[in-house]
Structures are given as C-alpha cells and as structure tokens.
Write a protein that binds this ligand. Structure first.
Ligand code: FPP
Length: 247
C-alpha cells in the first residue's frame, strides 16, 4: 500500500454484531464479544498500516433504547475491555480518547475511562477515539450550548470555531468512514466531521471484517479522487513543466 495514500483518520460503524451472532444461533452479546475481538485485530492493523486517528462507534445516544439486557451487556463489555486491554493498547502506543457524553455513564465507568485516557496520554502512534454514548446531533447541540455559555458573539462563529467545540477538537476530520454489514446509513455518526469523508460499505458483519477486508477498504480509498467541491482539472498536478518559469 502506498503510504502517501493511507488515510490519516479512519472511522468505523461496527455494524452487524447482532446478525453475526443470530446467524450462529448465539445470543446478541456473543456478537458484541466477537466484535471486540475483531476490534483488537483492526487496531493492530491501523498501527501497522500507518493510520494515525481511528474512531469507532461503540454505543450511540440511541442505543439506550435497546433491551435492558443488551445495554447492560455493552456497559459490562466496555468495563471489561478497559480492564483487560489497556496495557496492550498502551504498549502499542495507542492514545485513548472518548467522544460523547461521558457524564451519562456509570460513575465507576467514567472513572475508568478517565484513568485510561490519562494512562495513555503520552502515546502518539495511533489516537483511538471511542464514541460511547455518542450522537452527532447531540455533539452539535453540546457545542452550541458551550459557545453560548462562553458568551460568543454571532460574528465570532465560523466553521473552524465549531470544529473546535466538538468532541474531536484538534483532530483532523475523518478521511474515510467505513460501515460494515452492507448498510448505507450515516446513523448520526460524525455528522459535522464527515462533510468530506469518503464512505465505504463492506458487505460483511463487523466480526468478519478482518485485516484483508480493511486493506481492501484502504486501497479503495487510495484510488478515489477527493475533489472537495472542485473539479478534477483543478486537482491534477501539471503534466508538463511550465517552460516560462523554468519549474
Ligand atoms: C452494531 O451492531 C454494534 C453496536 C451497536 C455495538 C458495537 C460494540 C462493540 C463492537 C463492542 C463494544 C466496544 C467497546 C470499545 C467497548 P448491531 O448490534 O446493531 O448489529 P445488528 O444490526 O446485526 O443487530
């Protein structure tokens, strides 16, 4: 893979855990567990391929509406992942961050997340944003409230400023947003930040989205032409050197 064409920031909607489990006659939570196993593999692949920011959609503000047993199970899994995986992530040079409403989680989990963020603060091989209790609309509402609370005047507000009030402040926007399980929906994920992201739909459930699938997605991204609202001719480097300038 051409390192120059590896996306700096990849985000993933890890869809299909439930269907993966049900297709095997297993409870849905077994699918989420398999999803965590896969996450470990894809984080390692990010480090290997040179991705610098990786954002995962683990629990949305809408997921609270799922059956109680599944919500509790996902909280339990987050707790367990923090206990079990933190040292390995730290060893790999991963810096953990959280995006979303931390204050909506159990105090014991909040504390663990904060400790994990602190423990990995100095790492810089990969920034891993865990979107947990995250919603894109909620993030924008939160940003607007914060701007009003800071007493900002209307003229002071522009796109850069809004970006700085989001949970992803200071990080580049995602270049590539992958969704597994073949769905073609944004589902309230990185609404602002995804303005010019390339989208990629993988036709496998998240637990089956392996390193090769990930490589395919990155290669596909590498072949896309990103125009950011311009036309092709404006983007291509000049084929013939400019004789007049001698360059
Ligand atoms: C979508 O599949 C997946 C989720 C809502 C949760 C993703 C969570 C994990 C992979 C584990 C938790 C991760 C961390 C970091 C603690 P779905 O359940 O909607 O699948 P379905 O559409 O087939 O039902």
């Amino acid at each position: 893979m051409d390192p120059a064409r590896v996306p700096t920031h990849v985000a993933i909607i890890m869809d299909g855990n439930g269907r993966w489990a049900l297709s095997r006659g297993l409870p849905r939570l077994a699918g989420h567990r398999a999803g965590v196993e896969n996450l470990r593999r894809i984080i390692t692949a990010c480090v290997e391929f040179g991705v610098k920011h990786f954002t995962i959609y683990a629990f949305s503000t809408e997921n609270w509406g799922r059956p109680r047993e599944e919500v509790d199970g996902l909280m339990f899994i987050l707790n367990e992942v923090l206990d079990r995986e933190l040292e390995e992530l730290n060893r790999q040079g991963v810096q953990l961050r959280h995006i979303g409403r931390l204050e909506g989680l159990l105090p014991s989990i909040q504390k663990k997340v904060r400790q994990a963020i602190e423990r990995t603060r100095a790492n810089d091989r990969l920034i891993l944003n865990v979107a947990f209790n995250y919603g894109g609309r909620d993030e924008i509402v939160h940003a607007i409230r914060q701007m009003l609370a800071d007493g900002l005047q209307p003229d002071a507000v522009d796109a850069d400023l809004v970006s700085r009030y989001l949970f992803t402040a200071g990080q580049p926007d995602p270049d590539l947003i992958i969704r597994t399980a073949g769905e073609l929906r944004v589902s309230n994920f990185l609404l602002w930040q995804g303005a010019y992201a390339e989208y990629y739909a993988a036709d496998v459930y998240w637990p089956d989205f392996d390193k090769e699938q990930f490589r395919l997605a990155l290669e596909h991204f590498g072949r896309r032409e990103r125009r950011f609202g311009l036309v092709s001719a404006q983007l291509k480097p000049k084929a013939v050197p400019d004789a007049a300038s001698g360059n």
